[in-house]
Design a protein around this ligand. Structure first.
Ligand code: MBD
Ligand code: FE
Length: 284
């Protein structure tokens, strides 16, 4: 059976009352947003004839999601994080701001307070025995294209099982493993040694995975490394690199892969090359 009551004055007035639009007190912006979101929900229930059983199934899922602390995990899965990036890109375009390195989503697994190092850092503590050594270096440039000495490079990534420190279900990683803040040198350069990370998968059996499965989707991310880049007087860049060798590099459940952020890992096996590129020290 299908009934349509959304557009009736009674329902419209009821929605205004729900958000206290015509009453005193509260925060005007919160009232405006809640009024709009509840209106959109009521309209969806009406349009799609969402049944009570379907609605209460959704509520039970939300409770499960909250208990698991996964609101921040399903959010990129449903594309909201990437949509917000597209809106920020559109603002930049309107202002004529060009981004040499594209932004992409933060994700839910950053932890503040990582150890701070100058110029060079080793990110991994050596405990991941299947870890393949990785060296990355670069220069932070400002909006004018000039190197940015003293810029802050926050970097974090997961291990070869796809687990991040502080979120490791096996409890096997030390705090801040594979998380560092590197202060760029006088020429804006940073350099780190770590291991090549694996891709990430949402926890098996989790509410996030259940919804993705119901959509016929997977919950996998390609191997990637996260960055926050910041410097005095400049806005912060949130980005990632996605590793080109991962078969899922263009099939990311979190929709974070972007043109300009896909990087090739180059294998170096000869001693001379390893020596020339260095493993454990700053530039030089
Ligand atoms: C991650 O590692 C991640 O980067 C994102 C965006 C979502 C889930 C896990
Ligand atoms: Fe990640």
């Amino acid at each position: 059976m299908s009934v349509k009551i959304f557009d009736t004055p009674e329902v419209q007035q009821f929605l205004r009352a729900v958000a206290n639009l015509d009453g005193q007190g509260g925060d005007p912006r919160t009232k405006q947003i809640v009024h709009r979101l509840m209106s959109d929900l009521f309209k969806a229930i009406d349009d799609l004839d969402i049944t009570p059983d379907e609605y209460w199934t959704g509520i039970a899922w939300l409770n499960e999601l909250g208990t698991a602390g996964q609101a921040g995990l399903i959010s990129p899965g449903l594309g909201v994080d990437h949509f917000i990036d597209l809106r920020l890109d559109a603002v930049d375009e309107q202002l004529g701001v060009e981004n040499r390195t594209p932004r992409t989503i933060e994700g839910p697994l950053y932890v503040a307070g990582a150890p701070v190092e100058h110029g060079f850092a080793r990110l991994d503590d050596g405990s991941d025995e299947s870890g393949h050594p990785l060296v990355m270096q670069g220069t932070v440039y400002d909006a004018e294209g000039k190197p940015a000495p003293g810029a802050q490079v926050e970097v974090w990534h997961c291990d070869t099982r796809g687990f991040y420190s502080h979120f490791d279900p096996t409890g096997k990683q030390a705090p801040f493993n594979m998380r560092r803040t590197i202060i760029a040198d006088e020429q804006g350069r940073y350099r780190f040694r770590s291991i090549v990370p694996s891709g990430y998968g949402v926890p098996p059996g989790s509410p996030t995975e259940k919804l993705l499965t119901a959509l016929g989707r997977h919950g996998q991310r390609p191997a990637h490394i996260h960055f926050f880049i910041s410097a005095d007087g400049h806005r912060k860049l949130t980005t990632q690199i996605n590793l080109a060798h991962d078969p899922l590099v263009n099939d990311d459940f979190a929709h974070a892969t972007r043109d300009g952020l896909v990087c090739e890992v180059v294998e170096r096996t000869d001693e001379a090359s390893i020596k020339a590129h260095g493993m454990d020290g700053p530039f030089g």
